[in-house]
Ligand binder design. Structure first.
Ligand code: SF4
Length: 345
């Protein structure tokens, strides 16, 4: 097992069998089925408060006939009828076959799944599910063949995903379930269903751009153990021009704070060329002020221009060594306690 990281103590407890992953605990919390969406949210808030109050005390109980996890799935299915899963809030009725901005249908599609050895040391080997489609359009996306083509891959539901993860867990081939894309957010309903069907006790990793709506953040509370979260932009202008993501900064800041209140956080800061002062420095300053000991920060140097990046002069080149060293100096001088700095570009 990788060296323990202070900010990820619960994750390591799950790996050692000393704690249950959040989704297994959620199965033990009894809920009532409700009719309207408003009543369902009311019941959801009641159950979230029970988990907060009881902590791990529910671990010894039987699974409930209708649980917090079942309720989460019912709410997510309702949200698909007027989709607000991410901050775009398209309100497309995906259940009736309409598509929103991300063009991801109600039926999730998996572009690939494999044992990932390229993640942070504490996460490998990671059981990674790559969903097709994304709610951002990063002009430099390395996975654009997956993220920008939501019809790629194969149709998989929660049962298929759970089956694959359980087989990998049983053979010891993976130590966590890592949901990514594109972005996992448009597929939240499928991921909840996978958690309902999983027999293994893999910790759940939400590998995302953190552009979820507040509703999705509520559903992720009690489902996810670790956020493996990109923090890419330090201002809205850069986010809009490079990723077509409006209101990015306020959304991601809000979500980082919400995430830190119910799960553990690995924050990836990919340093973009020319974006040291406008982005990397602002991100590090905010993390140092707001989450100095609650996040494990990974400063990443591997940016390579690809896809449509050559149309944007500021990022149409590799990162320079001196740029990365400046970003690293900001991190080293910040109040952030737990971090790693990748090799020079
Ligand atoms: S996930 Fe986001 S982009 Fe996709 S349909 Fe829903 S609100 Fe729109």
């Amino acid at each position: 097992m990788a060296e323990e990281v202070e900010a990820l103590s619960n994750y390591f407890a799950i790996l050692k069998g000393k704690a249950l992953p959040a989704f297994k605990l959620a199965r033990k919390i009894r809920c009532e089925q409700r009719g309207s969406l408003e009543e369902m949210w009311e019941e959801h808030r009641r159950a979230a408060a029970v988990i907060l109050e009881e902590g791990g005390a529910a671990a010894g109980r039987q699974d409930a006939p209708y649980s917090f996890l079942d309720l989460k799935l019912d709410i997510a299915q309702r949200l698909l009828e007027s989709c607000v899963l991410c901050e775009r809030r398209c309100r497309a009725n995906r259940k009736e076959g309409r598509l929103g901005w991300c063009r991801v249908g109600a039926q999730s599609r998996v572009a690939s799944c494999f044992e990932h050895w390229g993640e942070e040391a504490c996460l490998i080997p990671s059981g990674t599910i790559f969903f097709a489609g994304c709610n951002w359009r990063c002009c430099y996306c390395q996975n654009f063949d997956i993220s920008q083509f939501p019809q790629s891959g194969v149709a998989w539901g929660g049962k298929e995903i759970a089956g694959w993860l359980d087989r990998k867990a049983a053979s010891g081939a993976v130590i966590n379930a890592n949901f990514v894309g594109g972005d996992p957010t448009p597929n939240l309903h499928t991921i909840i269903d996978a958690a309902r069907n999983m027999k293994s006790s893999l910790p759940l990793v939400w590998n995302s751009n953190m552009y979820m709506s507040e509703e999705s953040m509520e559903l992720l509370d009690g489902l996810v153990d670790v956020y493996l979260a990109d923090f890419r932009y330090g201002n809205d202008e850069c986010a809009m021009r490079l990723s077509e993501a409006p209101n990015c900064l306020s959304t991601t800041k809000r979500n980082f704070l919400l995430a830190s209140s119910h799960a553990e956080l690995i924050v990836r800061v990919l340093v973009l060329p020319s974006h040291i002062d406008c982005c990397a420095r602002n991100i590090i300053a905010w993390l140092g002020e707001n989450l100095p000991d609650k996040a494990y920060v990974n400063l990443m140097s591997q940016y390579r221009p690809c896809y449509k990046a050559f149309g944007q002069p500021d990022i149409a080149r590799q990162l320079k060594k001196e740029e990365f060293l400046r970003a690293a100096a900001f991190l080293q001088k910040s109040r952030i306690k737990n971090y790693e700095i990748q090799g020079l570009p």
